[in-house]
Design a protein around this ligand. Structure first.
Ligand SMILES: Nc1ncnc2c1ncn2[C@@H]1O[C@H](COP(=O)(O)OP(=O)(O)O)[C@@H](O)[C@H]1O
Ligand SMILES: [Mg+2]
Length: 283
């Protein structure tokens, strides 16, 4: 299928009197690596929340693989192939790195079996009951499935440069590695589109640069569409082919990095921001 994997059409959301996102449009195709940038409070995370079903748009439509998903729950949208990471890291802190990823892979395996239609709840309950027995008896089927999940999770840890942390509790990992573990978890749900909310936040300069290269590798290896939120314009400009710029919920520019960088509205939105400070005051 050649249509967009993820699409926002005229999406707006309002919180009380505040229009956090106005007439937002977006199309992510397989293999796209796009950036979503803008000053603090521009509406970037809100856009992710609307795309992933955390918030319902006040207006407009969100589509995943051509299907309208307004009104669907986040886990249902995830099952359609959309995964994300959070600006504030969300991990099972007391589980090992491996188990964090296995939980994500397992959720996907269970969903593949159950589907989302009527009766899914009943089948889910039956599955739990069956799994409980299989686990208790350590049946060959259970063991084989478990080995497969472990293998998948190990591969994802490897890809994210975390193989050496396999048996470490998530809470003991350095910050940058926790962020990479979050990405491994998101990949565990086998997405077609991956949304990364400030994946480099809190990392040092070196880690940030490495992460950007890794993100591009993920796109290639997993054949994903990727949308990255990043506060630092320079970082995304290095890897993204198309960039959307938000300011006060409005899309003020969209285009290739070079176009966006020299856009007057973008420069104004970022005035006084660290980007301009570190770039001599002009783009
Ligand atoms: N649940 C909410 N209720 C009320 N206001 C919100 C909510 N979520 C976000 N906002 C507001 O929407 C605006 C955009 O926020 P956000 O999307 O987090 O910005 P960004 O991620 O670009 O920094 C901010 O003014 C924020 O305070
Ligand atoms: Mg944000």
């Amino acid at each position: 299928m050649s249509g967009p994997l993820l699409e926002a059409v005229g999406v707006s959301i309002q919180f009380g009197g505040l229009k956090a996102l106005s007439d937002f449009n977006l199309a992510i195709h397989k293999g796209d690596l796009q950036g979503l940038i803008g000053p603090n409070g521009a509406g970037k995370t809100t856009a992710f929340n609307v795309l992933t079903g955390v918030y319902q748009p006040t207006q407009g439509e969100v589509r995943v693989s051509g299907q309208r998903v307004n009104g669907r729950l986040p886990h249902q949208i995830n099952h359609l192939g959309l995964a994300r990471t959070f600006q504030n890291i969300r991990l099972f802190r007391a589980l090992t790195a491996l188990d964090n990823v296995k939980v994500a892979c397992r959720g996907q395996a269970a969903l593949n079996e159950e589907g989302l239609g009527a009766g899914a709840k009943f089948r889910g309950a039956m599955r739990n009951y069956r799994d409980w027995w299989r686990a208790l008896m350590l049946t060959p089927g259970f063991q084989a499935e478990e080995r497969e999940l472990t293998r998948q999770a190990e591969h994802l840890l490897e890809v994210m440069g975390l193989a050496h942390r396999r048996d470490e509790e998530a809470r003991n990992l350095p910050y940058g590695e926790q962020r990479r573990l979050e990405i491994a978890r998101a990949l565990g749900t086998r997405p077609k589109v991956l949304l990364l909310d400030e994946p480099a936040a809190g990392m040092n300069t070196r880690e940030k640069a490495d992460l950007m290269v890794l993100i591009r590798k993920l796109r290639d290896e997993f054949d994903l569409g990727i949308l990255v939120i990043e506060h630092d314009m320079k970082l995304v400009m290095g890897i993204c082919e198309q960039i959307t710029v938000l300011d006060h919920g409005e899309t003020i520019a969209r285009g290739a990095p070079a176009e966006v960088r020299s856009d007057r509205k973008v420069i104004e939105a970022y005035l006084g921001d660290s980007y301009l400070e570190s770039h001599g005051g002009a783009a």
